[in-house]
Write a protein that binds this ligand. Structure first.
Ligand code: SF4
Length: 446
């Protein structure tokens, strides 16, 4: 539960020394309570107060970092049940499963597929991030070899899974520079598995069959000093697994139940052998509330819709998706290529740029800042007016790139053409179609 400014103030030294950058301890306390300052700015807070304040400000669901070859991905750290209440912060990690009894050729194919699953969308890279290496035989040599292969051939975050702590340890030591996540700690091996994770400073997956068993396990492991846990209720039937996700999200958020305050892992790969059903299950857990979703099949036609679904779920609903204003080259435009202008609403950009690309007519596309509004809304709000478009055309740098002096504007903004021609006397304004699908036909006539 968040503390009020007054509650925080009571724990501060109250000397008003100003070293934190605030005139008084009370002002600093108020800033802390509203998240506008950080506790370490005050060098005089006692250790006891620090501990209390840190615990009070800790998120109810612990954020856990997963290391990829380059950079880290965070799961957990969510603060709401429903996206519209605020936003969901840390996208579900999509993971591919490879077991030690998978034939070599199949392993190579999967690793190859994994690395090819990368799509640039709205300026973001959409891709799966993790490979789960699963021990099917208890053979530490085979497990280690597979872990090394995954580390060598991919940049994935790696989750090493076995029932045996010594097998997991062997694999983890072989690829320790990749900081793998370990698993799976159960009631039978929690001591040994917890000890390996603690010794190596790595995150650990914990599996308990049922809520009581899971709570007992996470309590035991946190008691051993482990902080970065990822929980698995062991359910492999959709209905129960979904119910578990909701319970595990709700318990820490609404009741402050700390034993469930961790991100989850869900395993559609073990729920069905049908690749399509597997992706449907995965989509369910991306929506509610999987931290990691593990699938077996990495074919692009199944993974791509999951990536898009994830993009939608984890996009802040209160912020429009926008494109950075500027000049975009569609194809390889030169000084004689057509010039078009539209707004910086991401959907508008992608539809328009997609149609221009399909036309095969290389074009300069000027994107104007309309605060993420679409053409009609921006025009109605006065953010895509003759004046503002003309000003942006003069300022954005297109005049240095083209000899062309014909500017294509969206059909829905036809009303600005007169003002535009007045503001840009050297330019001819061409009113484009209302429907983006008609853009190629227009471009081909130019
Ligand atoms: Fe108070 Fe600490 Fe700020 Fe000094 S540095 S004014 S003691 S909060």
């Amino acid at each position: 539960m968040a503390l009020t400014g007054i509650e925080i103030f009571k724990m501060l030294p109250k000397t008003n020394c100003k070293e934190c950058g605030f005139p008084t301890c009370l002002a600093f306390a108020m800033a802390l309570a509203s998240g506008k300052a950080e506790l370490d700015k005050c060098p005089y807070v006692s250790d006891e107060a620090k501990e209390k304040l840190a615990a009070a400000s800790a998120p109810p669901i612990r954020p856990v970092k997963l290391a990829m070859k380059e950079g880290v991905k965070t799961i957990g750290g969510e603060t709401v049940m429903f996206r519209h209440e605020k936003t969901f912060f840390n996208p579900t990690i999509i993971a591919g499963l490879i077991t030690t009894d998978t034939p070599d050729a199949e392993v190579d194919k999967k690793l190859d597929q994994f690395m090819k699953l990368q799509y640039d969308r709205v300026g973001l890279l959409l891709r799966p991030e993790m490979i789960v290496v699963h021990d099917a035989s208890g053979d530490a040599g085979k497990f280690t070899a597979l872990a090394k292969k995954v580390a060598d051939k991919t940049d994935a975050a790696i989750l090493l899974c076995s029932d045996k702590a010594d097998v997991v340890k062997a694999g983890a030591e072989a690829i320790k520079d990749r900081k793998p996540t370990l698993g799976v700690a159960t009631a039978a091996n929690a001591d040994a598995m917890g000890a390996v994770a603690k010794e190596m400073g790595l995150a650990l997956v914990v599996k308990g069959e049922g809520y009581d068993a899971l709570a007992e396990l996470t309590t035991k492991l946190t008691g051993m000093g482990l902080k970065d846990l990822i929980v698995d209720t062991g359910a492999r039937a959709l209905k129960q697994a979904l119910q578990d996700q909701i319970v595990i999200r709700r318990a820490p958020l609404t009741a402050g139940f700390k034993p469930f305050g961790f991100p989850t892992i869900t395993v559609p790969a073990q729920m069905t052998t049908d690749p399509m059903m597997e992706k449907l299950y995965a989509a369910v857990f991306i929506a509610k509330y999987g931290g990691i979703v593990v699938v077996n099949d990495l074919a692009a036609d199944g993974i791509f819709p999951l990536l898009l679904s994830r993009l939608n779920i984890f996009t802040d609903p209160q912020k429009p998706m926008i494109i950075t204003p500027g000049i975009y080259e569609i194809g390889t435009p030169d000084e004689n290529s057509p010039v078009a202008v539209t707004t910086n609403f991401a959907l508008t950009y992608f539809i328009v740029s997609g149609e221009i690309e399909a036309s095969k007519v290389s074009t300069w596309l000027i994107i104007q800042d309309t605060e993420g509004l679409s053409v009609m809304t921006a025009w109605a709000a006065g953010k895509f007016s003759g004046d503002s478009v003309a000003m942006w055309v003069k300022k954005c740098g297109i005049l240095d790139k083209v000899k062309t002096r014909t500017l294509i504007i969206p059909g829905y903004a036809a009303g600005i053409s007169g003002d535009l021609e007045e503001e840009l006397p050297d330019w001819k304004v061409l009113i484009g179609p209302r429907e983006a699908s008609h853009i190629p036909a227009l471009l081909k006539t130019l």
